[in-house]
Design a protein around this ligand. Structure first.
Ligand SMILES: Nc1ncnc2c1ncn2[C@@H]1O[C@H](COP(=O)(O)OP(=O)(O)O)[C@@H](O)[C@H]1O
Ligand SMILES: [Mg+2]
Length: 317
């Protein structure tokens, strides 16, 4: 095993709040992260993800509440055991991959032979072996993110804090990046990752869903789907108006993907029949309807939008 394992590390946030002037960026955030987990901070821009990570790596202090990492407050937790990849990580574009790693390793006073050995191991793990002499400026977006990840691994951290590492990266590279994260996790590294992408939320062991500084819910993706109270109907039809179903009483919300709708409906014994009638009245006679399992996107909307929240369900059909 490459990294140290068996650590009973646990991160615990208790009622942590942080404001910037009048803006409450994080509101009484509480959760715990277990050793060995891939834990996601999931939510849109402004949810408070970066602020929570900066609190965790001791770049800023909370206004109130406490954070404990492996029984220590962040300022006492050994810096090298925490790998941090900030949202806007700066590499030196005119340095090669090796030179970038040497530079970051020198910040931690690692000796040259250790740097060389670790760099080799890390580059193999992150799939950058063979590109050691390529300038960072000449790397693709996905490779730049891998290099940033590699730099954060130099101190052999027990926990990796990754702030939106796949933002703006093309889907195949995102997939590859996640494969690397799973590999690191198998080596015993606890991973805390933030993402606005709901498909990435599905890849985490547990997630905290955040919106506007509030935590909506914290659980495994499968458990979160259990609390979803609605049902989702996929409709395929030759309809180009994204708002086509907006006046349908049965439909609480809809997403449109070119000739395909994702309708979040109230429960009703004749959902399909009523949707068909509604469409027929608007001169659409050919519809394909099926129930689909709710995804994290649906769960998030359900929890985040009060107008769509649990009170909209129940007996009002
Ligand atoms: N240093 C700062 N000064 C002022 N406002 C900030 C600062 N950092 C974050 N914010 C604000 O706090 C809120 C949460 O931001 P952030 O933690 O970056 O969210 P996320 O990473 O989920 O997009 C946002 O409204 C953001 O504008
Ligand atoms: Mg952010």
């Amino acid at each position: 095993m490459w990294f140290s394992t068996g650590v009973k590390l646990m991160i615990k946030f208790t009622e942590v709040s942080k404001s910037f002037g009048p803006l409450l960026a994080v509101n009484a955030f509480s959760c715990h992260i277990k050793a060995g987990e891939i834990f996601g901070l999931v939510g849109p821009d402004g949810a408070g993800k970066t602020t929570i990570m900066r609190l965790l790596v001791n770049l800023i202090d909370p206004d109130s509440g406490s954070i404990i990492i492996d029984a220590l407050p962040p300022h006492r937790f050994p810096r090298g055991k925490l790998g941090y990849m900030p949202q806007k990580f700066s590499l030196y574009g005119d340095l090669t991959i090796s030179e970038n790693l040497n530079f970051f390793a020198s910040l931690y006073s690692l000796d040259p032979s250790t740097i060389q050995q670790r760099s080799r191991e890390i580059l193999r793990l992150t799939g950058l072996s063979g590109f050691e002499n390529r300038m960072a400026d000449n790397l693709s977006g996905g490779m730049k993110q891998k290099l940033a990840l590699s730099s954060a691994l130099l101190t052999r951290p027990q926990v990796m804090i990754l702030d939106e590492p796949t933002y703006g990266v093309d889907p195949p590279s995102r997939k590859e990046f996640w494969q690397i994260l799973y590999r690191l996790n198998q080596e015993g590294i606890t991973i805390v990752i933030s993402t606005p992408y709901m498909d990435e939320a599905e890849l985490c062991h547990r997630v905290a869903l955040l919106n506007g500084g509030q935590m909506l819910q914290c659980d495994s993706p499968s458990a979160l789907k259990q609390i979803f109270a609605g049902q989702v109907v996929e409709v395929r039809a030759d309809i180009s108006d994204p708002y086509f179903f907006d006046d349908c009483r049965l439909v609480l919300d809809s997403s449109y993907y070119y000739h395909r709708f994702h309708l979040w409906t109230k429960e009703h014994p004749q959902v399909f029949q009523l949707l068909e009638e509604y469409a027929f009245n608007k001169d659409i006679t050919e519809l394909e309807l099926k129930y689909i399992s709710p995804g994290m996107e649906d769960v998030f909307a359900f929890l985040a939008e009060p107008r769509l929240g649990p009170e909209r369900f129940g007996n009002q059909q």
